[in-house]
Design a protein around this ligand. Structure first.
Ligand code: HEM
Length: 143
């Protein structure tokens, strides 16, 4: 990805990355079918599970994964490391039976969260779209 796009993604991610629980809540709220895939959250009220330590733990795992990916986007020679982390994640999610459609829902929910929590513009839309495309181009080969 071009350096200016990486910088836009990094700057905006830094503004939301401490809101892990809020982000996961927004994803489950928009797409209850994603929540339903988690044995520990399935069939439970979202507002109840939101305050649990299991929820906080999973939220921080997802956010840490993004943080790692986004930080690698900006370092030289990191393509192999990016591929490895995405392939591993893709394999684990294939084993859980997560379809591409749910990954796309996840992207829609995260983009919508970003748009409402940072000052948004067309350059950010493009940069974030490219970051997801790059991520999913590897993950999807595993599903
Ligand atoms: C783990 C489902 C997308 C990152 C998990 C687990 C489930 C799951 C059921 C296991 C939780 C546990 O037992 O502790 C899904 C579903 C998705 C999705 C239904 C649909 C969109 C994503 C995305 C990311 C992600 C887009 C990151 C970009 C992780 C990480 C873990 C995890 C880092 C913990 C490590 C692992 O066990 O794989 N996911 N996931 N997931 N997910 Fe997802």
């Amino acid at each position: 990805m071009p350096a200016d796009e990486v910088e836009l993604v990094q700057n905006t991610w830094n503004q939301v990355k401490t809101k892990e629980v809020d982000i996961l809540y927004a994803i489950f709220k928009a797409y209850p079918d994603i929540q339903a895939r988690f044995p520990m959250f399935a069939g439970k009220s979202l507002d109840t599970v939101k305050g649990t330590s299991a929820f906080a733990l999973h939220a921080s795992r997802i956010v840490n994964f993004f943080s790692q990916y986004i930080s690698l986007l900006g370092s030289e020679g990191s393509q192999p490391a990016i591929k490895t982390m995405l392939n591993q994640m893709g394999q684990k999610h294939k084993n859980r039976g997560v379809p591409k459609q749910q990954f796309n829902e996840f992207e829609t929910a995260v983009m919508s969260y970003m748009k409402s929590h940072v000052t948004w513009n067309a350059n950010l839309e493009k940069a974030w779209g490219d970051a997801f495309d790059k991520m999913y181009s590897v993950i999807f080969t595993n599903l």
